[in-house]
Design a protein around this ligand. Structure first.
Ligand code: ZN
Length: 298
């Protein structure tokens, strides 16, 4: 929305720029008027400054407009906080001292929704979906928390594990078992919730008690089926995004975060969305819309 405004302004100002520069040149040539006209010229120049890059020639706005409009339609992202922005919270720190941040918006006291972008540090495509969710209009009565990364070390280092080499999605204190040792992909840590990231998440979610928690992973491109109350939400999300409903297999699924949430927080729904290897900008929008759709089913 903001970009399209800029384009409109750019288009308008390019016309203004033409007439102003002509009259401006005339004004500058008049020594008497130069003092009084200076502020006017300055003001105009200031307004034009942001436009200068867009349209130094008259051709530029015409060629740029369609290019700019395409991403505007697909990604209504602005840098400005939405009017329902409620702030940001550091819920804890990682092994390597990075903050774990949760951003809050919507209606306090409404249906609490928590979206986690990254738990496996090298699976970060979900971040683009959370970026959309920062500004998209929310359904009424939605109390939304966005946690970009519960594993900021893994994200920074582009590895699955946290700073201790632990797979945080095997470290939760539900059905925890010892899986292998450091260096193994599913290393579960020295004990249930042994990791500071897991402890921080537990304290946070026990406080906010999310009715629905979504976890983004890659890159199996699927959502597991479920016979529980979240089954229809998974089905709906899958329909809206094109993800197939197929069981996730091939690992040892103990100490899993999503399972811990739904077995610990009363009546909570929580499930994993396995994205593909990549996620295009328009797909991120589709996913964000799917999130806001199933939120109404909670
Ligand atoms: Zn994963």
């Amino acid at each position: 929305m903001r970009i399209s405004l800029a384009v409109l302004v750019a288009g308008g100002l390019s016309l203004v720029a033409c007439s102003t520069s002509t009259s401006g040149a005339g004004t500058t040539m008049s020594p008497i008027a130069s003092t009084t006209s200076a502020p006017t010229t300055l003001a105009t120049t200031t307004t034009l400054a942001s436009t200068t890059t867009v349209g130094p020639t008259t051709q530029a706005p015409t060629t740029q407009a369609p290019t700019t409009l395409v991403p505007t339609t697909l990604a209504p992202t602005t840098t400005a906080a939405p009017s329902d922005y409620l702030g940001e919270e550091v819920i804890g720190y990682s092994v390597q001292g990075r903050p774990i941040v949760a951003s809050h918006r919507g209606t306090p006291g409404g249906t609490v929704i928590l979206i986690v972008g990254v738990i496996h540090g090298n699976e970060n495509a979900g971040l683009a979906i959370l970026e959309q969710l920062r500004t998209m209009p929310l359904p009424p009565n939605t109390d939304l928390w966005l946690m970009d990364a519960m594993n900021p070390d893994g994200l920074a280092n582009d590895v699955r594990h946290n700073g201790n080499g632990v797979d945080l999605n095997r470290n939760f204190p539900h059905d925890w078992t010892q899986i292998a040792e450091p260096g193994v992909w599913e290393y579960s840590g020295t004990g249930p919730a042994s990791e500071p990231e897991t402890q921080a998440f537990i304290a946070f979610s026990e406080r906010i008690r999310p009715a629905l928690t979504l976890w983004y992973h890659q890159d199996l491109y699927r959502i597991s089926p479920s016979n529980r109350s979240d089954g229809p939400l998974r089905q709906r999300y899958a329909e809206l995004t094109g993800l197939p409903i197929i069981s996730v297999t091939g690992g040892t699924y103990t100490g899993v975060a999503a399972t811990w949430v739904r077995t610990t927080v009363p009546d909570a729904m929580s499930f994993i969305i396995e994205l593909g290897p990549t996620l295009a900008a328009d797909e991120a929008v589709v996913h964000a819309r799917a999130v806001l759709d199933i939120v109404t089913m909670v």
